[in-house]
Design a protein around this ligand. Structure first.
Ligand code: KIV
Ligand code: ZN
Length: 379
């Protein structure tokens, strides 16, 4: 089983244009619970009073799912996380500290030894509150590997149950990311006792591929977001990760507990709340994800849907496959749509009507049902 750790309300919400009110966050969190994700990262309580209240409200309202709060390895951050999570039934704290030399020297201005000390102190404080503690070495993929092994060994000894490996800047290729997970599994003492988690950003468009490369090397949790929202180019898209695992079970041999029939509703809810639509061709949840435009494809689909569909639209909560009628459509597509409207043409009527349909389709981008009723309707 792969755990799905949703960070839409934390990594996703922190990106420009995606801010949400507390009420909106609670609404989305309830839908995420319905979707049956394993963990909801509800926010970063010490970032602002609003974030604190949102995490608290979500912890109150969503009792079936782990609720996670983010904290740097600072006592103030961890204290705020603990307070916000008081009423959570399954509270989780996600502590992080940067580990790459670039971040240590230019951002934190501390040594590697100091980073280990802070990480262990942070984990110990969080661990005293809950056994569910996730540790992230920020910018792990640009960190020195031996140092990564050292810090991860130390936080496992301090009691984390999950180590998360962020590709913070989206720099890795799938092969490299998979190799990193394999290297850590081979070298970090105690790693067999914890869950390895992936957290991949999409700067080079590889977030989903990298996450799944991690899964192939033994990662048991994927951190991801609805519609792939998140810092800069975003995070691994939850709907793509989940449907990839489901559709290619033959390859990955693992499943998730997600109710995939809730995917489209969750994606649309996020778009409605934020006013940010996904592109029409977005995998799984885009307007065109199950729409067929070309005449040849429409002919195939009308005869047997497996010709051009690898997933069933109803499995992601989409009512049906759509056959869009346009200048690219052929007679099969037209006949199929007319039949759905209760209109069956004889071969002669089709011969006569098809050129009129094509002429209209040349003038209009898309021919809709009312156009068809005007052209072919009897009443
Ligand atoms: O991308 C990142 O490194 C993060 C950490 C806070 C886990 O979001
Ligand atoms: Zn991130």
């Amino acid at each position: 089983m792969i755990k799905i750790f949703d960070t839409t309300l934390r990594d996703g919400e922190q990106s420009p244009g995606f801010a949400m009110t507390i009420e909106q966050k609670v609404t989305l969190a309830k839908q995420l619970e319905r979707l049956r994700v394993d963990v909801i990262e509800a926010g970063f309580p010490n970032a602002s009073p609003d974030d604190f209240e949102a995490v608290k409200a979500i912890a109150e309202m969503c009792q079936q799912v782990e609720i996670c709060a983010l904290a740097r390895c600072h006592s103030n951050d961890i204290q705020a996380a603990i307070e916000a999570l008081q009423v959570a039934s399954k509270p989780r704290i996600h502590v992080f500290i940067a580990t790459s030399d670039i971040h240590l020297q230019h951002k934190l201005k501390i040594t590697r030894e100091q980073a280990i000390e802070r990480a262990v102190a942070g984990v110990s404080m969080a661990r005293a509150f809950t056994p569910l503690v996730d540790f992230s070495p920020e910018d792990a993929t640009r960190s020195d590997r031996e140092f990564l092994v050292e810090i991860l060994t130390a936080v496992i000894a301090a009691g984390v149950d999950t180590i998360n490996i962020p590709d913070t800047v989206g720099y890795m290729t799938p092969q490299e990311y998979g190799e990193l997970i394999a290297y850590l599994r081979a070298h970090v003492a105690g790693i067999e006792r914890v869950i390895i988690s992936t957290h991949c950003h999409n700067d080079l468009g590889l977030a989903v591929a990298n996450s799944l490369a991690g899964v192939l090397q033994g990662a048991k949790q994927v951190e991801c977001t609805i519609n792939g929202i998140g810092e800069r180019a975003g995070n691994a898209s939850l709907e793509e990760v989940v449907m990839l695992l489901k559709t290619r079970r033959d390859l990955y041999q693992v499943s998730t507990q997600v109710d995939t029939t809730q995917l489209l509703a969750t994606s649309r809810l996020l778009s409605d709340i934020t006013g940010q639509d996904v592109q029409a061709n977005k995998a799984i949840v885009g307007r065109n994800a199950f729409a067929h435009g070309a005449g040849i494809h429409q002919h195939g689909m009308v005869s047997e849907r497996s010709t051009y569909e690898i997933m069933r639209p109803e499995d992601v909560g989409c009512a049906t496959t759509q056959i869009y009628l346009s200048k690219h459509s052929g007679r099969h597509g037209l006949a199929h749509r007319l039949k759905a409207l209760g209109i069956v043409l004889s071969p002669e009527e089709m011969d006569e009507g098809f050129p009129q349909f094509k002429a209209l389709a040349d003038r209009k981008k898309q021919v809709d049902d009312s156009d068809l009723m005007q052209l072919f309707g009897t009443g």
